[in-house]
Design a protein around this ligand. Structure first.
Ligand code: HEM
Length: 235
């Protein structure tokens, strides 16, 4: 008889709360930014309190977000470092992964994707990296535009372009990230619970997306290590 649990713990409550707050703030900044760029219907902007109020919310919200982000990175620098290490964890052997993953998505009978030993699957890493880099660029240029120190006009023009184009990249990356996170694909079934539930995911999903991470986590749980596997697996 198998003693394997049906679900496996992916994230603790502190990470889930931080992710939820971050998601709400980022979505609010994107919505107010779109309103300022006249990308939302005028009637909706008027319902939100008009252009001037939206501008104030976007500017103050953006600076508060940047301050808290810097503080969080400073306070939790080792978790930040390990997250960045796990995001840039690309290996030569993973070149076969995209094709195997596509096969798995198109044919539900195909239960397993190709092996990789990262904490995140390669597609997830790529999307999260895009999201992280674009967020960093938007935040840095946003703070510059808030302070607006005396500088030649071209500096302002470069900053505003990076801010706007960076925001479009972040929106695309966020849509892909949220689509995967919502668990619409059979390969990602139940993934939402990892961040917006009790922090667990179904065992089948964990094995499909992160085969090595799941194996090590189960091994550590059996061995009584309550902290699970190290976040980064050296090759
Ligand atoms: C809009 C709704 C969002 C949904 C539905 C969503 C969903 C998820 C889910 C299900 C996970 C868990 C994936 C896993 O365990 O490997 C996750 C992880 C993550 N999300 Fe989101 N997310 C959203 C917004 C955001 C935003 C706005 C950001 C950042 C700008 C973000 C950044 C991250 C990061 C960095 C992780 C990995 C955290 C870690 O494992 O340490 N997410 N998200």
């Amino acid at each position: 008889m198998s003693t394997e649990p049906e679900r496996i713990q992916r994230h603790g409550s502190a990470v889930r709360v931080a992710h939820g707050v971050n998601a709400v703030v980022v979505i609010a900044l994107i919505a107010t930014g779109l309103a300022l760029g006249d990308q939302l219907p005028a009637a909706l902007v008027a319902t939100l309190g008009g252009h001037a109020l939206v501008n104030e919310i976007h500017r103050l919200g953006g600076v508060t977000f940047a301050t808290i982000l810097l503080l969080a990175i400073g306070l939790f620098h080792s978790s930040t470092r390990s997250l960045i290490r796990d995001l840039v964890y690309f290996r030569r052997g993973e070149r076969r992964w995209p094709q195997a993953f596509l096969k798995c998505i198109l044919s539900p009978a195909h239960r397993r994707t190709a092996f990789h030993n990262g904490r995140f699957d390669p597609a997830q890493r790529l999307i999260l990296l895009l999201l992280a880099c674009s967020t960093a660029l938007i935040t840095a240029t946003g703070v510059y535009l808030y302070i607006l120190p005396a500088a030649p006009q071209w500096v302002f023009l470069v900053a505003i372009r990076i801010h706007i184009y960076g925001a479009w990249v972040a929106i695309i990356a966020l849509c892909l990230h949220a689509f995967a996170g919502l668990g619409v694909l059979h390969t990602h079934r139940g993934l939402l619970g990892a961040m917006f539930g009790d922090g667990t995911v179904p065992m089948q999903t964990a094995r499909t997306l992160w085969p090595d991470w799941t194996q090590k986590k189960l091994h550590d749980l059996k061995g009584g290590n309550p902290h699970g596997p190290p976040s980064h697996t050296p090759s």
